[in-house]
Design a protein around this ligand. Sequence first.
Ligand code: DON
Length: 573
Amino acid sequence: MQKTTKPLNKLKKSLIYLSSVVLLAGCATGQLGKNNSGEYKNGMVVSAHPEASQVGIDILKKGGNAVDAAVAVQFALAVVYPNAGNIGGGGFMVYRGANGEINALDFREKAAASANRDMYLDAAGNPIVDKSLYGHLAAGVPGSVDGMVEAHKKYGKLSWAQVLQPAIDLAQNGFKITKRQAEELNSLHRKFMEFNPNGTAFVNLESTWQENGIMVQTELANTLKLIQEKGRAGFYEGAVADSVVAEMQRGKGLITKTDLKNYHSAWRKPITGNYRGYKIITMPPTSSGGIALIQLLQSVESFPLKRWGHNADSTVQVIVEAERRVYADRATHLGDPDFYAVPQQQMLSAEYNKSRMANFNWAAATPSSAVLAGEIKGAEHEETTHFSIVDHDGNAVSITTTLNGSYGSLVAVKGAGFLLNNEMDDFSVKPGAPNMYGLVGGEANAIAPNKRMLSSMTPSIVEKDGHLFMVVGTPGGSTIITSVFQTIINVIDFDMSMQAAVAAKKFHHQWLPDEVYLEPDALDSLSVQKLRAKGYKLEVRGPIGRVDAILKNKWGNYQGGADPRGDDKAIGY
Ligand code: DON
């Protein structure tokens, strides 16, 4: 029997949230207080896996620049961190050259040409929950390989073959899996077999996975060799494309050879904004993250957060009220800019965001039901992982990349050895129906052929006085935006080091559901009491975000912030 959604009741909301926490478990668990790093003069790589960080730093030491290292890290993560690192998914890159040039690359997946707005609804018009989350139909046309080709073509210094080689070696010779990975893979054994009846490299058919067990991915190594030899044609055409299409036929998916051949990433103009004298450079739509980040910063800028203190009740109240309003806007106004006229200019106006905070009441929480998206006058024309890299010359790259859920759709392309994403769930499958992260949307983010699904990924770079200051980003679905926001204010308002800002306990609100999620011990008990008395519904949940960031301090040294919630690692030189 197919599962269908009922009108959104409390239980449903909790279940959706719980499932998101379970799916996120792969990208945000662990103990605090390890993984670090010191200060370095020449360059730094911070990523979710020590092997991938090492690949990046080796490329920098060979004379590669930040983009060379980023391409090598993206491919290495596809091997050593397959729950989110990928070639079967997509992502975003924000770039700042040492000369001040800024750029943004959108390599987000697209819906197949035969996709349609009702494809995940049953006959009664209700969403069939698992259909956009698991299996072949959940996958969008992958963008990561084209993205890496474009980034390298524009900015790379080393040869394409050189930046692909480390990932090929890791796939061919194998790498040691961590304890966390062994546990995840064992727990997903049954699910992997359900979607891949012939087995995959992620399934141990002989026994269970153990920490330090060697994972070899021969099929993936061959796919990477084809990409190394032929560039984008090695993935979007030929044997790999044939395997993807055969896989689609096996599982009744939609992606065709034409979809693959037609996929192209897009260079976009970064979003910029100012906060207390710092310049924020961040990702434009198809991400909602950049606009929402600037909106949050503008909404809180007039409040004395520093005087109130980090995670003090007044600080939390103002931030939650800002988040409520910004996420209401996100649900209505944001979608793929190639399909929908996002009212970017008005959403980024400081006046608009200040006016949105005007009706907030110190005495009581504003119910989310009383907050609608702001009125925009007139049309305008106009399991994820993050890594941050700075090279010897000061070029900086901030990339967030994803399959969406942990291990994506769980479908590994037979013969080609890589996982397909389940990014289609990021579309609004029906107006008002929440996705895996509890996010709702409407027309702006409805499914359409060849359209990109809205994202929350927020790779960002911060400048101070015209110089590089911070490179930052995180996974975490809907919590990405609020985690990047908190990391930035932890440094700017609360004077934390990069590592402290990353490790600091986080909280999150997203308009709907009307609940404030807290990491354990994020707030002291008095603050919790005061906020509850004002009507805020506070819920303690598991870890929020997994931020990997770099700060350039006043002596010109790079400090890493590698999130202790995971196996993340900052390596400098
Ligand atoms: O693009 C997005 O917003 C989501 N697909 C991100 C998913 C994510 O962060 C999962 N990992 N923790």
